[in-house]
Design a binder for this molecule. Structure first.
Ligand SMILES: O=P(O)(O)OC[C@H]1O[C@H](OP(=O)(O)OP(=O)(O)O)[C@H](O)[C@@H]1O
Ligand SMILES: O=c1cc[nH]c(=O)[nH]1
Ligand SMILES: [Mg+2]
Length: 211
């Protein structure tokens, strides 16, 4: 597994406002989008491209185009949906599939309650969006799901991770070559498996509280 943590003052600034408990939902959503666009710039460094001929008003030259099939972007509902706009702003022609997953508050068991993805992901480059990597349970299940469908290269974009979650990914995915791109690795998990200092419940902060 490869881990990239963005080291940039603008990312640090936006993340600080995002963490603030007083930041209201509309600003929170905007900041998530902005942060994701910055993460996506780094996360897509190895996006597949091919040479194309382009004719400018002056001459013909060789340029670069995204290869087909396009990358597949998979937000993990709910909170990952808040990251979709920021990602597709950078790759407007990406395909988008959905995985709905929820972590049980007490047992931390993961339930996959929705899935809308191509049946065959053989050879596809996949970008998974989920703001929080806490115990890692959700991301492990999501990655295993995508691998079973044949996904080739998997890159995960998260805002925050706990060291415990990164260790769980490393252990439970063996030598799976996943790339995780993050804005911050926080200190730890608390007794309820929330990231400390974190930003609270990302889904609730984006969309309000749903029981
Ligand atoms: O690493 P883990 O311990 O699995 O926790 C992380 C998961 O928890 C949050 O989702 P949640 O289950 O709260 O669902 P929501 O997005 O609908 O709020 C978050 O968006 C991740 O998917
Ligand atoms: O801190 C956390 C942990 C899991 N899910 C969240 O939304 N926040
Ligand atoms: Mg939640």
């Amino acid at each position: 597994m490869r881990v990239t943590v963005l080291d940039h003052p603008l990312v640090a600034h936006k993340l600080t406002v995002l963490r603030d408990r007083k930041t209201p939902s509309p600003i929170f959503r905007l900041l998530v989008e902005e942060l994701v666009t910055l993460l996506a710039y780094e996360a897509t460094r190895e996006v597949r491209v091919e040479p194309v001929e382009v004719t400018t008003p002056v001459a013909t030259t060789t340029g670069t185009a995204l290869s087909t099939p396009r990358p597949l972007v998979v937000p993990i509902l709910r909170a990952g949906l808040g990251m979709l706009e920021g990602m597709t702003r950078l790759i407007p022609t990406a395909e988008v599939g959905f995985l709905g997953m929820a972590r049980h508050e007490k047992t931390l068991d993961i339930v996959t309650y929705a899935e809308r993805l191509p049946d065959d992901l053989s050879g596809r480059q996949v970008y998974v969006l989920d703001p929080m990597l806490a115990t890692g349970g959700t991301l492990v299940e999501a990655i295993k799901f995508l691998r079973k469908r044949g996904a080739a290269e998997i890159t995960c974009l998260c805002l925050l991770a706990a060291p415990e979650g990164l260790a769980a990914l490393e252990e439970r995915l063996d030598d799976d070559d996943v790339h995780v791109v993050l804005a911050s690795v926080d200190e730890k998990l608390d007794e309820n498996a929330y990231i400390v200092p974190g930003l609270g419940d990302a889904g609730d902060r984006l969309y309000g509280i749903v029981d």
